[in-house]
Design a protein around this ligand. Sequence first.
Ligand code: MN
Ligand code: MN
Length: 374
Amino acid sequence: MLSRDSSCSSDLDKEKIVYVFGHQAPDTDTICSAIIATNLEKEMGNINQVIACRLGPLNKESKFALEYFGFQPPTLITNASEADEVILVDHNNPGQSAKDIRQAKIVKIIDHHGIAGFSSPEPIYILTEPVGCCCTVLYKLYKDNDIPITKKIAGLMLSAIISDTVLLRSQTTTQRDVKTANKLAKIAGVNLEEFGKQLLTKGTEISDISDYDLVFQDSKEFPVGDEKIQISQINSYDTKEPLDRKEGIKKVMQEYMDKNKNIVLFVFDILDIYNMDSYALVIGPRKKAVENAYHVEIGEDGVVFLKKVASRKKQLYPDIAHHLINIQRKEKRSKLKEDKTDEKQEKKEEDKKEDKKDEIKPEINKEEKQEEKK
Ligand code: MN
Ligand code: MN
């Protein structure tokens, strides 16, 4: 009996703890992908203790999706390195991950974002595809591995796709997202348009959300050269409601920038999901990057209208980063020039001194010569 017990516990000791999680300020795709990828690991025979996790509070939209299809929220964690291994979904940028992600052992990444600031000394599994939603990538993995997609799982995957692609209308939407969403709606037994609107509407209710939560419920930090930019986004059917709260929102943004000096630009984007246009609140010393990117002028109140700008991933971030890099380059170039003119100036002055020395010398010589004559 005893030996059996001890062998059991040693087996348990061998079982690793694996955390599966998406980015900070979790959105519906991050929450659903964590659950879906955890289920996939189990179905594919991962014998470890695989746990779906999240790095922050659920937003209303995610909560609605989980309740609708009967799922428990992923486990809230703060430290990733307490797990033996971690699997990242819906992100790979360490700046958007757990604070101690550099101490964690990442074994897998399943994502649909650009690669930013990530490296691994060990070979790892990475699957990232240019589609509109991480669950579109996961759907393919289920299919490729003959893993059954239940009604519940289909509903969760569908919720993520609706959320990330704003009901298949955002610029990030691909044909594969459209096909996948339609197949999933059938399996889940819901009407895509009706359920989609219901889900998205949940995400736009802001009356009982504080200014702070409004700013940070979907906020991402991006490194650009030596600087950082922060872009938050909310969906809205009625943009007037959040715009009426712009002073409170800007105060939260400013306080965050005061605490994080390396952030040079903070954009709070209010996406009008009916017209797919944006109103953005912009603050920070690098405002010019936004103005250059969209040929607009930011109002004194920090508000700017961005026609047909809807995607943070495909528009805001790359457009602003591109123009910020240009500004940084220009500054570096003109600084180099300044340094060079400074150098030239110094050289001129040195030359002058040399000249003066030369001028003095012959005089001394003259005197010497005169003395010699004497
Ligand atoms: Mn996401
Ligand atoms: Mn996503």
